[in-house]
Design a protein around this ligand. Structure first.
Ligand code: BTN
Length: 335
C-alpha cells in the first residue's frame, strides 16, 4: 500500500478542507504523489469531497488510540503493551512473528502484547477461512501472552474469550446476542455473526505456553465487505442502533479478559461453564455438526463439558466434540 495513504488520512481526519498543495507541503512530497494516493482511497471505501484541488473527508473514521485503550481498560502499562498498526496482514501473524524473533526473551512474567490494526489485509479465521474486514469498520486485534499451563490444558480458552466479549457487549447494553460453539458471537435472531476468535498456541516449556488470542468484532461493515461474505453477518451498529466507541470497547474487553483469564488459569473452563451454557445460542436445539473428517453428525445440543467440548445427544447416545463446525437444523431455525 502507498506509504502516504495513512499520513494523508490523518491530516484529513479533522473534517476540514485541505488543498493538495498544502498537504504536499506538510507531508514533504509532490503534488502528484498526493493526487495518485487520493485515487487509491476508493479501494479502501473512503470517499472524499473534492473541489478545485481541495479535499475534505466528511465522515472520518474513529482512529484507534493505544493510550486511550489502556486508559479505558484501567490496566497498567507495566502489564500490557498496546500497539496500533495502520496496516497488518493479520494481527495474529504479527504477534507470532514477533514471538519467533524474541521467544528466548519470553518468560511467564513478560508483559502481554496487544496489537490492533486499522486495516487487516489478510485476516485469518478458524478452519483456514478468511476473516474479512475493511478500514475502520471493525475492531481487529490480538493479545499475545504467556499462560502457566501446557498448551493441551488450554481447551476451553476460546469459549472463555467468547464469554468475555459477550459480557463486554452487555456492558454496552447490547443483549440481543448469544454464543455459538466454539467461539462465535451471533445475533439472537437469525444467528448472524458479530464476532469471531482465533487462538494460536506455542508450547514454551513444561506448564508454560505462549498464546495469541485474535479477536475480530464487526462495528459498521460496508456493503462491499458484507458482499464478500458467504455467511450471514451483523455488526454493532445494526445491533445497538448507535455507534460504539472502538477504543472504549477494546479497553473494556481487555479488562474483562484480564480478570477472566486469571480465573481460567487457576480453575480452567469449568469455572465459566454454567454461564457459557446460559448464553448458548443452540442449547436444546437440533444441530448438524461437520467434523474435521468431513462427516456430519446430527443431534440435540446439550451443553458443554468441563473442558469446553460440545455435548450432542445423537441417535447413538451423548457424544462430545472438540472440533467441528456447528449449524442449526432448518426445522429449529423455523421454530
Ligand atoms: C473466526 O471466527 O473464524 C475467527 C476470526 C478471528 C479474526 C481475528 S481478527 C484479529 C485476528 N487476526 C487474524 O488474522 N484473525 C483474528
Amino acid at each position: 500500500m502507498n506509504a502516504l495513504v495513512f499520513p494523508i488520512l490523518r491530516l484529513l481526519s479533522d473534517g476540514a478542507l485541505h488543498s493538495a498543495s498544502s498537504i504536499s507541503e506538510q507531508l514533504k512530497c509532490s503534488y502528484h504523489d498526493i493526487r495518485n494516493t487520493v485515487d487509491e482511497f476508493e479501494t479502501l471505501g473512503i470517499t472524499l469531497i473534492s473541489t478545485n484541488d481541495c479535499y475534505r473527508w466528511n465522515e472520518p473514521v474513529q482512529w484507534l488510540d493505544a493510550e486511550l485503550i489502556l486508559q479505558k481498560s484501567g490496566l497498567s502499562n507495566d502489564l500490557y503493551l498496546v500497539t496500533i498498526l495502520d496496516v497488518a496482514e493479520s494481527t495474529n501473524n504479527f504477534l507470532l512473528d514477533q514471538y519467533r524473533e524474541k521467544h528466548h526473551e519470553t518468560t511467564s512474567s513478560s508483559k502481554a502484547s496487544v496489537v490492533a490494526a486499522e486495516l487487516q489485509t489478510c485476516g485469518r479465521g478458524r478452519l483456514n477461512r478468511r476473516w474479512h474486514s475493511g478500514f475502520g469498520d471493525s475492531l481487529t486485534f490480538s493479545v499475545g501472552r504467556c499462560f502457566n499451563k501446557d498448551a493441551c490444558a488450554l481447551t476451553g480458552l476460546s469459549l472463555v474469550i467468547g464469554l468475555a466479549i459477550l459480557r463486554t457487549l452487555n456492558h454496552f447494553s447490547i443483549v440481543n446476542v448469544n454464543l455459538k460453539w466454539p467461539n462465535d458471537i451471533v445475533s439472537k435472531t437469525h444467528y448472524q455473526k458479530l464476532a469471531g476468535i482465533l487462538i494460536d498456541f506455542k508450547s514454551l516449556a513444561h506448564r508454560l505456553s505462549y498464546v495469541v488470542i485474535g479477536i475480530g468484532v464487526n462495528f459498521n461493515l460496508r456493503d462491499e465487505v458484507k458482499a464478500q461474505l458467504e455467511r450471514p453477518v451483523t455488526d454493532l451498529f445494526t445491533l445497538a442502533g448507535r455507534k460504539i466507541d472502538r477504543n472504549f470497547f477494546c479497553g473494556k474487553l481487555l479488562i474483562e479478559m484480564h480478570y477472566m483469564l486469571i480465573n481460567f488459569e487457576q480453575y480452567g473452563f469449568k469455572y465459566f461453564k454454567e454461564e457459557w451454557i446460559s448464553s448458548h445460542a443452540f442449547e436444546g436445539k437440533r444441530i448438524s455438526m461437520s467434523l474435521p473428517d468431513c462427516s456430519v453428525i446430527e443431534g440435540i445440543a446439550q451443553g458443554v463439558g468441563d473442558d469446553g467440548a460440545l455435548h450432542v445427544l445423537t441417535a447413538e447416545g451423548l457424544k462430545s466434540f472438540h472440533a467441528g463446525d456447528v449449524s442449526i437444523s432448518i426445522s429449529d431455525v423455523c421454530a
